[in-house]
Design a protein around this ligand. Structure first.
Ligand code: SGN
Ligand code: CA
Length: 542
């Protein structure tokens, strides 16, 4: 009798120990909330700079975690950046070199590894790939670029159009997933991906009204004449005065333009540019937008003809900032809603929250909007990470980290092995303050989408904290050296300056080594040029 009760007791003890360990192991796996916006410039996050806007909710991640001040991308353009994030590989390896080439979906992407390891996975928002995501238990994504007003979503059970503003809707659906679809018995990996603030920058009606009344400081280089730099900067088509569109971007009604006779330069289809996005709104939404549009259009009609070039540039810059930052303000409010929910639901403690963008953006620096270049505002990207009990609050890190590193970082956070052929490095040691373990001194960058919209020439280069060495190729053969310390605004090419001769030699060798290390080559450059030409020919033929 005694014997059997002892055995019974031991068995109970063993069983409870086992289930305890199971629970513990389980509890230890952190949840991941990966938040990414589209084209969110670090200059428009107050944790980086409060010149333009306050973003108290995104800033919480820096206050409670770590801000990376030298985070950058491998190729400053949407689809390629997403391909790099998902595969942990450069675009010359994963094949998604620009927004047009298809993504080969037979490749391993990191959500698949989370799913296989027992995580519940989901992707909500903008993917921009042309194919549905792999490795997610649930998804709700915008087709292609998606729309701001009453957008359509693709889901595993079919398409649906929701009424409202895209940033609010993506958040509503993300919260719904967290509240109703999340399996409390599994850790989760949720990708919450905003479309905003992508061009043509339509804010919600409320933010449109609020921000259209504001005036913003001009960046120092708004009137850049590109004198200190080469052909690529001079020939790019992303100048606010010359290439930003009146109807599509500044929201001038085609009727206003016709009433005024014309505006120069005439670079757009006014009708589609304006009514394409506007006509998605229902009557009620239109009425809200109209009140603000009326005053913008009145101001334009009255004052534009009297303005000199500098005033015109400023007018367009202010309109751009009002709409772009109005979009950002909605993102910040909505990030706040999600962070609040994590707190309320008791999830914050065991959830790693990452905030980033698919790349940076010019907010008037060098007179530009858009991205693509290796220059700071588009090469760098925001990166803020909150990881309770692992990252100390209020940390800042200035190492050269890249979107290439995200997959390996997230896998290590979850205690999962990364495939050997991923090309980044986990940032976990930096997050834990073990900076001596970090050996990378310079990153590699390669942009391909040319000839194409905005006409930024193909280039690759090396960037360290001190220097930036770039080779522009395809229809030119030009080199550029920027001294990042002495010339933070990146106004002067030092490549031919004899004082930098030795630096150039050394950096060129390092660039050759980086290309070798990451398996990029002249042959691959050539292959992608050929593929681009074949695609152009196909399009011409069709
Ligand atoms: C669209 C935009 C461009 C932008 C590309 C790529 N024009 O073509 O300004 O550079 O997307 O952006 S728009 O008038 O159609 O908005 S990306 O972020 O998707 O790579
Ligand atoms: Ca983008």
């Amino acid at each position: 009798m005694i014997k059997s009760s002892v055995i019974f007791f031991i068995a109970i003890l063993l069983f409870s120990c086992q289930s305890n360990t199971k629970n513990k192991v389980h509890k230890k796996k952190p949840n991941i909330l990966f938040i990414m916006s589209d084209d969110h410039a670090y200059q428009a996050i107050s944790a980086y700079s409060d010149d333009l806007i306050q973003t108290p909710n995104i800033d919480r991640l820096a206050d409670e975690g770590m801000i990376f001040t030298n985070a950058c991308v491998t190729n400053s353009i949407c689809g390629p950046s997403r391909a790099t994030i998902l595969t942990g590989k450069f675009n010359h390896i994963n094949g998604k070199i620009d927004n047009y080439f298809p993504f080969d979906s037979t490749q391993v992407t990191f959500p698949q590894l989370f799913q296989q390891a027992g995580y519940q996975t989901a992707m909500y928002g903008k993917l921009h790939f042309g194919n549905n995501p792999k490795g997610v238990d649930d998804f709700m994504i915008l087709p292609g670029q998606g729309n701001y007003i009453n957008p359509k979503f693709i889901t595993p059970t079919g398409d649906t159009v929701l009424t409202g503003y895209v940033t609010d809707l993506i958040t509503d659906q993300t919260l719904k997933w967290l509240k109703e679809k999340r399996d409390p018995n599994k850790p989760f990996m949720m990708m919450y991906l905003h479309k905003a603030p992508h061009r043509p920058w339509w804010p919600s009606p409320a933010k449109f009204a609020e921000f259209s009344k504001r005036t913003f400081p001009q960046p120092e280089t708004l009137f850049d004449k590109y004198e200190g730099r080469g052909t690529a900067a001079k020939t790019a088509e992303m100048n606010i005065l010359h290439h930003m569109m009146y109807s599509h971007d500044s929201k001038i009604r085609p009727e206003t333009i016709s009433k005024m006779g014309s505006v120069l330069p005439e670079i757009e289809d006014f009708e589609n540019g304006f009514y394409g996005p506007y006509n998605r709104a229902n009557e009620q939404q239109k009425a809200l937008y109209d009140a603000v549009l009326d005053s913008i259009n009145k101001d334009f009609e009255l004052n534009w003809p009297k303005m000199n070039e500098k005033e015109k540039m400023n007018w367009k810059y202010q309109r751009f900032m009002q709409d772009y930052l109005g979009c950002i303000s909605s993102i910040d409010d909505n990030v706040g809603r999600v962070l609040d929910y994590l707190d309320e639901a008791g999830l914050a403690e065991n959830t790693v929250v990452i905030y980033t963008s698919d790349q940076g953006f010019y907010l008037g620096e060098h007179g530009w909007f858009d991205k693509r270049f290796i220059y700071n505002e588009s090469f760098k990207t925001p990166l803020l990470v909150r990881w309770p009990n692992q990252i100390k609050p209020g940390m800042s890190n200035d190492e050269m980290v890249q979107n290439l590193d995200f997959a390996q970082t997230l896998l290590e956070i979850a205690g999962l092995d990364a495939p050997d052929d991923m090309q980044g490095e986990s940032l976990v040691s930096l997050m834990k303050g073990e900076n001596d373990k970090w050996t990378r001194k310079a990153v590699y960058y390669h942009y391909y989408e040319y000839p194409a919209v905005h006409m930024v020439k193909r280039h690759y280069g090396l960037v360290s904290k001190e220097y930036k060495l770039t080779h522009y190729y395809y229809d030119i053969d030009e080199w550029e050296l920027i001294d990042r310390i002495k010339d933070p605004l990146e106004m002067t090419n030092q490549y031919d300056n004899p004082e930098y001769e030795n630096i150039v030699k050394q950096l060129k060798n390092e660039l050759i080594e980086l290309r070798k290390k990451y398996k990029d080559s002249i042959e691959l450059d050539q292959k992608y040029i050929e593929l681009h030409k074949q695609r152009e020919n196909l399009l011409k033929g069709s």
